[in-house]
Ligand binder design. Structure first.
Ligand SMILES: Cc1cc2nc3c(=O)[nH]c(=O)nc-3n(C[C@H](O)[C@H](O)[C@H](O)COP(=O)(O)OP(=O)(O)OC[C@H]3O[C@@H](n4cnc5c(N)ncnc54)[C@H](O)[C@@H]3O)c2cc1C
Length: 490
């Protein structure tokens, strides 16, 4: 049985690996000149490594970790201390430093740590926000689904004093590329729940080396050494449907390809331009029209001296960029002779329209405002990456529009970080989870086999289950108090 996979990002390549393991004949076509999609890297004209974007591997990416172990690249991840830096002017940072305590006490310790030095809001506001966030932990999956109807801004407005949650905004923008007013409360709540599930899930890693180098090469080798075909510079330009099945796809305008099953591992935007008008009679494909890009830019700045000694992620709001890491501390063998700051600029809705030199000046001004050491450093070079950017914008109400991996067409399946998954609104774990789910469904539909590839992330342990009862207990206490007052009045 032959499968044609359209798109060679992490999800397409992970699907190819899975299908090869199932014994299928696999062909993968990628439009770009490199594989890896958004999680890729390359060398520029000077031989310097360019990352498509700063990528952080969170320890609760349990399915991605298994994928990396299978490829033999898990030990290329470089783990940091479980803490985030919240940048403030003149290097006077606050720290979200998690403690090795049962959940959610590790979070409480982190809030207390932020309180020590965060200047944005009064200290009691932060404590207040910590208590409110604990309520998210106790929610059932159904209650979390209901949160998708609210924006994060609406949720915080109801839950805390003004500005109490602002210290999370740098991280929020970095994770979702979206402002709080446009972001589903479920989506950000979901991220919070994972980190709050246990101290062990607060750790994170970077790729020690170029992303393209550490996983893409091994992945291609895995597929090709088992007979699979992966070709780049092969863009799907048309998908022909007859009798509710794909009968043929066109590559680069002229070349025709056929297979027994077809898998789209493209984002929603190219896919919806390739489908014929008749597909949009089906609600399943109408859902593709709801997807909007939440734009981002990546900027790398090489400085002639070391401007920070901290490998942990620097988050900042308000700032041109929202996240930054000095990759010379992560991969000193690659970035020698000073700092190499890799920053993510998102949401980039407005700034993406500005010329590179303006974006650079604004980013550097913020770096110098925040890191005093950078004020005397000279910029050796900078690079702005505009290609392969963005994630889909997780507006309130978007979850229901994420398509299932099984399409209504009998031989057509979807994968990609934007397709339906409980894990998150995007990101590498979603890319791998959806690849695994797509394979499980194909095994069931076409091989009559039941296989389980995905592991489920469970939020339990510590005092987490206890949190579920906080609301009923508070209601009961309120009822008793009211009864007592009422009795006295009588
Ligand atoms: C700035 C930035 C920072 C990020 N940081 C993180 C992070 O820290 N942690 C994290 O988990 N995730 C992060 N992500 C998200 C992560 O990169 C993605 O979730 C993941 O790479 C998605 O993989 P994918 O295969 O689903 O999609 P993609 O990587 O987008 O792959 C889709 C592929 O389809 C190809 N394609 C499109 N059209 C066609 C066509 N017509 N024919 C053939 N091929 C086609 C594209 O070229 C592309 O290679 C970040 C993303 C960005 C942009």
């Amino acid at each position: 049985m032959k499968a044609l996979i359209m798109g060679g990002g992490m999800s397409g390549l992970a699907t190819a690996v899975n299908l090869i393991d199932l014994g299928l004949e696999v062909e993968l076509v990628e439009a770009d000149e490199i594989f890896g999609g958004r999680a890729s890297s390359w060398l520029d004209e000077d031989g310097d490594q360019i990352e498509n974007a700063l990528h952080v591997f969170l320890s609760y990416y349990i399915n991605l970790m298994d994928f990396f172990k299978k490829l033999g690249v898990y030990d290329r991840l470089s783990w940091t201390k479980p803490e985030l830096l919240m940048c403030q002017d003149d290097g006077d940072h606050a720290f979200m430093r998690y403690a090795d305590l049962p959940a959610p006490l590790h979070m409480l310790a982190a809030s207390l740590n932020v309180m020590k030095n965060y200047r944005g809001v009064p200290k009691w506001h932060i404590l207040f926000s910590g208590i409110s966030l604990a309520a998210i932990l106790g929610k059932s999956p159904e209650e979390m689904d209901e949160l998708d109807g609210l924006s994060w801004a609406e949720w915080v407005y109801r839950r805390g004093p003004k500005g109490a949650f602002d210290f999370l905004n740098g991280g929020l923008r970095g994770l979702t590329f979206t402002e709080p007013y446009a972001l589903s409360a479920k989506v950000f709540g979901n991220w919070m729940r994972k980190v709050a599930a246990g101290y062990e899930y607060t750790r994170y890693a970077y790729a020690n080396g170029g992303l393209g180098e550490i996983w893409v090469g091994n992945c291609l080798e895995y597929i090709r050494s088992r007979g699979g075909i992966c070709e780049c510079k092969k863009a799907v330009t048309n998908i022909r449907i007859e009798n509710d099945r794909i009968v043929e796809v066109t590559i680069n305008g002229t070349e025709k390809r056929t297979a027994d099953i077809y898998i789209s591992a493209m984002q929603a935007y190219p896919l919806r331009t390739l489908l014929p008008a008749s597909s949009y009679a089906l609600p399943y494909f109408q859902d593709l029209c709801y997807f909007h890009n939440a734009p981002s830019l990546s900027i790398q700045i090489w400085l002639d001296k070391q401007v920070t000694d901290r490998k942990e992620i620097h988050t900042a709001a308000p700032c041109t960029w929202n996240c930054m890491t000095d990759l010379s501390l992560v991969s000193p063998q690659i970035f020698k002779g000073g700092s190499m700051l890799e920053c993510v600029i998102a949401p980039a809705d407005d700034i993406q329209l500005m010329p590179d030199d303006i974006i650079f000046e604004k980013s550097l001004a913020d770096i110098r405002r925040i890191l005093p050491e950078a004020r005397s450093a000279t910029v050796k070079k900078y690079k702005i990456v505009r290609e392969r950017q963005g994630v889909y914008r997780a507006f309130p109400g978007m979850e229901k529009h994420r398509p299932n991996q099984r399409s209504p067409y009998g031989n057509f399946y979807l994968t990609g970080d934007w397709t339906r998954t409980p894990v998150s609104s995007g990101g590498m774990e979603a890319a791998v989870w959806t690849a695994n789910r797509c394979t499980e469904i194909i095994a069931q539909d076409k091989l009559n086999k039941t296989i389980t590839l995905n592991k489920e992330f469970k939020i339990e342990g510590g005092f987490i289950s206890f949190l579920r009862y906080i609301k009923p207990m508070a209601m009961a206490a309120l009822a008793v108090a009211c009864a007592k007052v009422f009795k006295k009045m009588m």
